[in-house]
Design a protein around this ligand. Structure first.
Ligand code: ZN
Length: 64
C-alpha cells in the first residue's frame, strides 16, 4: 500500500506527447484595447497606445 508504482507501461507516443510542448497554444489570446481598440494581450500594457486599465503607463512620445 502506498507504493509509487506505475500502473502500466506508457507508450513511446504517450511519453513523447507529454514531453512535447507543441500542445501549448501558439497564438496568445487577444482582447481589444479599451482606449484605441487595438488587439492586445489581456493584463498586458497596450503596445499601441501604451495604456493599461485606460491609464497611460508608458510615455509613447519618449519611447519613439
Ligand atoms: Zn491601446
Amino acid at each position: 500500500m502506498g507504493a509509487i508504482c506505475p500502473k502500466g507501461k506508457i507508450s513511446k507516443a504517450r511519453r513523447d506527447k507529454r514531453r512535447a510542448q507543441s500542445w501549448k497554444i501558439s497564438t496568445p489570446t487577444l482582447v481589444a484595447c479599451g482606449k484605441c481598440g487595438e488587439l492586445m494581450r489581456p493584463h498586458y500594457v497596450c503596445k499601441s497606445c501604451g495604456t493599461y486599465n485606460k491609464r497611460a503607463v508608458i510615455n509613447m512620445e519618449m519611447a519613439k
